[in-house]
Design a protein around this ligand. Structure first.
Ligand SMILES: *Cc1c(COP(=O)(O)O)cnc(C)c1O
Length: 421
């Protein structure tokens, strides 16, 4: 069956034909046959340079041979135990060695689980119920954070099934706006357990913090005994060896990880100050548990992946990515388009907007329709990016200079069609 037939078949058995909503795009998504290195191939015989990279986990490239060899060896020795292993200690030490805020770490299975647990921990530790998130930020699709701004600071559900009573305990303000958060904390500070933030907003495209903004978050939370949580599910182990907190030089109280940490296998983690982490069961009163927590296959994949992610790796990849972004920016300039090429390290996006995008409201003003034309043209030209203006595109260590110049050519051609040049 080809992709179209498979999608029609899939829709009979799986809601919407996909197992995560963003994967469904018009008229039908391609169905994957295999992926290797920087390339992904579909069942229709097409080959794409992959800049979706599973929405973030793939940093070494697909099916890295060293990681696969180690994972296969682990699989021979068992795939789940329900008892601890030495490798969990090794991976914990590796995270602690890299991540400035990490004095202890707890492994879970996904990013959703990590943010859910970190929020519960913050509430348990501070004995406060309210939390603050930023408009447009994504922390996984669980009840506390699947919310949107309501009338005041309090949120309302962003999906049927999320109780209004739950949503109202989450407060939002715009990102990159010091005044808004200052005012909110003046009014509500005593009830706020934590501020959770994507240090780089990677689920609304790619929005960087204004200079000094993360330091401001650190200061105002510290002054009000509010925990600061960096959701580093995308940025962790991607933007630098120690994630965004190392890149920007700001240390939160807690941080959450997933994606790159598992090297393509399901894993999540939350980490932070010892004093706070010891509140987690069984050493403390905040309960959290999981059958697949510290899963030996995922842990091995994580260990083998991180082993390859040294300073040299980040230096080389980030340099190639900088050159690529500059190349794209030149193309945009030559075409005289007033749109914004954004990104850092191995993250990039083009905002179809004449304005610098600093927050969710500005992101929503982008020309989403044109973006979809751009997305489709890229596919036609052998380049796969997520089908949304509000996702981030990635580059892996397996992307060669030749791959990146092919992508740049495809971007130029796609922009020309999207803008009818
Ligand atoms: C992907 C993502 C999550 C959710 O992680 P899952 O592994 O999909 O559950 C949470 N936070 C951020 C910032 C993410 O990008």
């Amino acid at each position: 069956m080809n992709s179209e037939e498979l999608f029609n078949e899939s829709k009979k058995y799986i809601p919407g034909g996909v197992n995560s909503p963003v994967r469904a795009f018009e008229p039908y998504p391609f169905f994957v046959k295999e992926a290797k290195g920087s390339h992904i191939r579909d069942v229709d015989g097409n080959d794409y340079i992959d800049h979706c990279l599973a929405y973030g986990p793939i940093l070494l490239g697909h099916s890295d041979e060293d990681v696969m060899a180690d994972v296969k060896a682990q699989m021979e020795m068992g795939t789940a135990y329900g008892a601890p292993t030495e490798n969990e200690i090794k991976l914990a030490k590796e995270v602690i060695d890299r991540v400035p805020c990490a004095e202890m770490v707890r492994f879970v299975s996904t990013g959703v689980e990590a943010t859910m647990a970190a929020i519960r921990l913050a509430r348990g530790y501070t004995q406060r119920d309210k939390i603050v998130k930023f408009e447009g930020a994504y922390h996984g699709a669980h009840d506390n954070v699947l919310v949107k701004p309501g009338d005041s600071y309090s949120c309302v559900p962003d999906s049927l099934g999320v109780p209004a009573d739950t949503a109202k305990n989450t407060l939002t303000v715009p990102y990159n706006d010091e005044e808004a958060l200052t005012k909110l904390i003046e009014e509500e500070g005593e009830n706020i357990a934590c501020v959770i933030v994507e240090p780089v907003m990677g689920n609304i495209g790619c929005i960087q913090p204004k200079i000094g903004y993360l330091k401001f978050l650190r200061k105002i939370t510290e002054e009000n005994d509010i925990l600061l949580i960096f959701d580093e599910v995308i940025t962790g182990f991607r933007v630098s060896r120690g994630g965004a907190q190392q890149y920007f030089g700001v240390t939160p109280d807690l941080a959450t990880f997933a994606k790159v940490l598992g090297g393509g296998f399901p894993i999540g983690a939350y980490a932070g100050k010892r004093e706070i982490m010891e509140y987690i069961a069984p050493s403390g009163p905040v309960y959290q548990a999981g059958t697949y927590s510290g899963n030996p296959v995922s842990v091995q994949a994580g260990l083998s992946t991180l082993k390859k992610l040294d300073f040299q790796f980040y230096g080389d990849l980030n340099k190639r990515s900088d050159d690529f972004r500059n190349n794209i920016a030149d193309i945009v300039e030559d075409l005289e388009l007033n749109i914004k090429v954004v990104g850092l390290a191995s993250m990039f996006q083009i905002y179809f907007s004449p304005f610098p995008v600093m927050n969710n409201d500005l992101a929503q003003m982008c020309d989403k329709k044109r973006f979809l034309t751009y997305f489709r043209e890229l596919l036609k030209n052998g380049v796969f990016i997520p089908p949304s203006q509000f996702e981030c595109n990635f580059i892996s260590g397996a992307h060669t200079v030749e791959d990146l110049s092919k992508t740049a050519e495809a971007v130029e051609a796609a922009l020309k069609v999207a803008w009818e040049l």
